[in-house]
Design a protein around this ligand. Structure first.
Ligand code: UNU
Ligand code: FES
Ligand code: FE
Length: 446
């Protein structure tokens, strides 16, 4: 935001193309974003019982998430403190201990080093096992969703999510029990920078009717009217777009929660039966959110579509590649057939070979790889759409843009991204907590 090296302008309406290409930008992201932010690890539903574990990634670091005998969670780096070998090679399971393949060191469910082969004969009581546990990671949960963080100075998860909690509660904490994740995740690689899908999910309402024109027409339903950007589509009445502190954001399409599903009877019925409880608990403004469709990113690299219910973690693999992990988000207390139907439809639309997923993939690779050209790379990209039609809202927290089709949440995402790259520590980020939105509050659009 400041200084000549800025990669994003002050209002977040343009970005240097280096943000998608440069190796040194990526290294800075690993150090200043992925090492300091809360990253999505999973959901309680994936590790329900003591001893259950999953392995996942925080950026390129392998991580074990393990349910403890007392029901709490621990996470640690999946790399042996002896010679660095990967400890656990399974995607998930239940284990009393983790044994390294290389020399046989044994780590407990809590990551501590509990046994060393021939310890007395080889080390002569000279090995301090208490200092050789797997490197621990902070773990906190919000409404069953599990996050990890490497930085002891980072705020609590709840403070990190901040105003976004008000929105998330609507879907993650409804009176019927909220949502859970169905795994195991589909996994695929995509040749793109991790921010291309993240920005697409945080706020790209613009591409929906164009990139997905054929798929939307085929599926029919509420979004068929967007197909091909029809002149009669209700632009300002389509929904809203939101951004908030720490770069989280989403776009809302009104009354479209189930629109992407071809078979949706069970889910439509479920929402009709539960929306009254949402209205009672949260009021009509959030009932509106509950029956709408959200495209969402939680800063930095977790995205989901509420309604469609695909749930993504974009694990970076260098600046030009990602591993896409796709879970399905379902209402915890829906009946089994409804959950299965939501999962089938989520995978049909946004699974690895999904009808809409494959529409997007080509754009994401192209938007990344075009920057291999030295001249092309020196250019800038534009995200100015709706910049004078957004601001603090009387009801909805954060900053609200007037239409689903706008780039309000792009600007929020990239302003925070630049802020994190510039900030030496979380104290410097906290120092901006009262002024981060001044460019909007000074104007008072709504
Ligand atoms: O492609 C998307 N991100 C999308 C598709 C968003 C909303 C509805 C359908
Ligand atoms: Fe938007 Fe080409 S029109 S990237
Ligand atoms: Fe898309």
């Amino acid at each position: 935001m400041k200084g000549s090296s800025a990669l994003v302008d002050n209002i977040g309406a343009s970005q240097s193309r280096r943000v998608f290409w440069d190796q040194d930008v990526y290294q800075l992201e690993l150090e200043r974003i992925f090492s300091r932010c809360w990253l999505m690890l999973g959901h309680d539903s994936l590790v329900p019982k003591p001893g259950d574990f999953i392995t996942t990634y925080m950026a390129e670091d392998r991580v074990i998430l393990s349910r403890q005998p007392d029901g709490s969670l621990k996470a640690f780096i999946n790399s042996c403190t002896h010679r660095g070998n990967q400890i656990c090679h399974a995607d998930s399971g239940s284990a009393k201990a983790f044994v390294c393949n290389y020399h046989g060191w044994v780590f407990g469910q809590d990551g501590s080093l509990v046994d060393v082969p021939m310890e007395e004969r080889c080390y002569h009581s000279d090995l301090d096992k208490s200092k050789l546990g797997l490197a621990p990671i902070r773990v906190e949960t919000y409404k069953g969703f599990i996050f990890g963080c490497h930085d002891p100075e980072a705020p609590s998860l709840e403070d990190y999510l901040g105003d976004f909690c008000w929105y998330l509660d609507t879907i993650w904490d409804g009176p019927d029990g909220g949502l859970e994740l169905l795994g195991p995740p589909l996994k695929s690689t995509l040749a793109c920078n991790w921010k291309v899908p993240t920005e697409n999910f945080v706020g790209d309402g613009y591409h929906v009717g164009w990139t997905h024109a054929a798929a939307l027409q085929m599926i029919g339903g509420e979004l068929a009217g967007l197909s091909g950007n029809r002149a009669d589509m209700p632009f300002d009445d389509l929904g809203l777009q939101f951004t908030m502190r720490h770069g989280h954001g989403f776009g809302l399409i009104d009354n479209a929660a189930t629109a992407i599903h071809v078979k949706r009877d069970g889910y439509v019925k479920y929402l009709e039966e539960t929306r009254g409880g949402i209205r009672e608990k949260f009021g009509p403004e959030r009932e509106r959110l509950y029956v709408g469709h959200w495209n969402t990113s939680i800063f930095p690299n977790c995205s989901f579509l509420y309604g469609t219910n695909t749930f993504k973690i974009w694990h970076p693999r260098g600046p030009h590649e990602i591993e896409v992990w796709t879970y399905t988000m379902v209402p915890k207390n829906a009946d089994t057939e409804t959950k299965r139907s939501i999962q089938r439809e989520a995978i049909r639309s946004f699974g690895t070979a999904g009808t809409l997923e494959s529409d997007d993939g080509e754009n994401m690779s192209s938007a990344t790889y075009n920057n291999n050209g030295i001249i092309t790379r020196k250019g800038w990209m534009n995200s100015s759409m709706g910049k004078d039609r957004e601001g603090p809202h009387p009801v909805y927290p954060g900053i609200v843009g007037v239409s689903f089709i706008g780039e309000t949440s792009y600007r929020g995402f990239y302003r925070f991204w630049q802020e994190m790259l510039d900030a030496p520590d979380w104290a410097a980020i906290r120092a901006n907590d009262d002024t981060w939105d001044a460019m909007w509050t000074n104007r008072n659009f709504w």
